[in-house]
Write a protein that binds this ligand. Structure first.
Ligand SMILES: Cc1cc2nc3c(=O)[nH]c(=O)nc-3n(C[C@H](O)[C@H](O)[C@H](O)COP(=O)(O)OP(=O)(O)OC[C@H]3O[C@@H](n4cnc5c(N)ncnc54)[C@H](O)[C@@H]3O)c2cc1C
Length: 387
């Protein structure tokens, strides 16, 4: 396959990078220190199509291809990890399932307002965002066996009871797509508007990094939603979730590449400025090798992410390639960001330099949307054909 980006994709990268350099990077430190969501920037994302990366144009989406969607997340992440995670979750985890499995009516009602970023009078024009709640206090990697949140049919409604954990965007979302058990051995995805009585969103979790991306526990206490809020057919929720996560893994891979790229660029800049033993440290071979390794691994990670996206775009199987891309890109980000701090010496450990924040932000990437261990499981299953 040919990985040459088209001129359109290159122009798209330049446009998103320019936006990220102007609107995200200058505020990334403040967003982290104040654990504040960057609404100002997200407000400006709608017209650029950045809130509709996974939605077709006919429903107000950007209509960009999957490689361009990955490029956008990469460039947003290069500017600000917190905003990157929030926007990746909105696009991939909320708009994604609505676009994939929604009926025309559901897309008109839920996807269009999420994808356009237009907002409403009662949100003072603030864009409407979305969430996906899969994980529970007792179930993360093992959703099939562990999900306890129940949706019970009653008349024209589903009544939902249970608890979710680590829901990105919950407090700033219009809807939370919720994975529920609809019979003892069947799961389903249900669209739950966040203003539904009985839905309680906990305080923002205090996290190591990504502090400007709000993450919440959510409880459902006899939450009643109309029957038509079921996404796709009843009992198909696990398969739908796995499909959504295949795409989400490309996104987390892209976000990791963006974070690592930012740390790498900061390391090169510092290595040229800092002198020891009469030389810029960039002229010591030990530092050069760290930079050469980072450039090589970043290149490989980026290509793997684009390959998985290209396969997705072309309707080819991509589960294994998305898992490989996520595994390699997230573990590359760990190494690149670790060495970026090493290159900065003591200053790398200080909040004065961005590499400290980026290191904390990237740490989630080997965990969220399937841990590295689960990626290896997915890859091995695909290679060995086992269950
Ligand atoms: C900041 C943040 C944002 C998040 N956002 C969302 C969100 O928006 N929506 C959502 O639904 N979830 C979200 N999550 C949850 C995230 O997806 C889970 O934390 C992740 O899937 C791991 O699940 P767990 O934490 O329950 O770990 P566990 O499943 O309990 O795993 C614990 C450890 O055991 C290992 N392990 C488990 N099973 C196996 C196995 N079979 N073989 C080998 N090792 C294994 C894991 O790799 C891990 O190392 C978020 C989490 C965080 C921290």
């Amino acid at each position: 396959m040919d990985f040459q980006l088209s001129e359109e994709q290159q122009r798209w990268r330049e446009a998103v990078r320019d936006f990220s350099d102007r609107e995200l990077a200058p505020r990334a430190r403040e967003v982290d220190e104040q654990a504040r969501f960057n609404w100002e920037a997200v407000h400006k994302m709608g017209p650029l199509g950045l809130l509709g990366l996974n939605a077709p144009e006919e429903y107000g989406g950007a209509g960009v291809d999957a490689v361009s969607a990955a490029i956008a997340i990469e460039e947003i992440g290069r500017g600000c990890g917190s905003t990157g995670l929030a926007i990746a979750a909105h696009n991939g985890l909320a708009c994604g399932p609505l676009a994939l499995f929604g009926t025309h009516e559901q897309k008109e009602k839920w996807l269009r307002p999420l994808a356009t970023g237009a907002g409403r009078a009662d949100t003072q024009g603030r864009p409407l965002l979305g969430s996906l709640a899969l994980t529970e206090p007792g179930a993360g990697s093992d959703l099939a066996g562990g999900v306890k949140t129940r949706a019970v049919a009653e008349g024209d409604s589903w009544i939902i009871d249970g608890a979710k954990m680590w829901t990105t965007n919950a407090s700033i979302a219009e809807v939370i797509i919720t994975l529920c058990r609809t019979s003892p051995d069947r799961l389903s995805l249900v669209i739950v508007p966040t203003d539904t009585p009985g839905l309680h969103i906990g305080a923002a979790e205090k996290k190591m990094g990504l502090k400007g991306s709000p993450t919440h526990a959510v409880t459902y206490d006899e939450v009643r939603v109309p029957k038509e809020n079921l996404l796709g057919a009843e009992g198909k929720g696990l398969g739908q979730t796995l499909k959504v996560l295949d795409g989400g893994r490309i996104s987390i891979g892209a976000l990791s590449v963006g974070l690592a790229q930012a740390a790498y660029e900061a390391a090169i800049k510092y290595a040229k400025e800092r002198h020891t033993f009469g030389l810029p440290i960039a002229q010591h071979q030990a530092i050069q090798w760290m930079i050469a390794d980072a450039a090589t691994e970043l290149d490989a990670a980026r290509l793997m992410v684009y390959r998985a996206a290209w396969l997705k775009e072309n309707g080819r199987p991509y589960t294994k390639e998305a898992a490989m891309a996520k595994l390699f890109a997230t573990e590359t980000a760990e190494r690149v960001c670790f060495n970026a701090i090493q290159i900065h010496g003591g200053y790398g450990y200080s909040a004065e330099y961005p590499v400290e924040r980026i290191y904390r932000d990237q740490r989630l990437m080997t965990i969220g949307e399937g841990t590295s261990e689960i990626q290896r499981l997915v890859i091995a299953r695909s290679l060995l054909g086992s269950k």
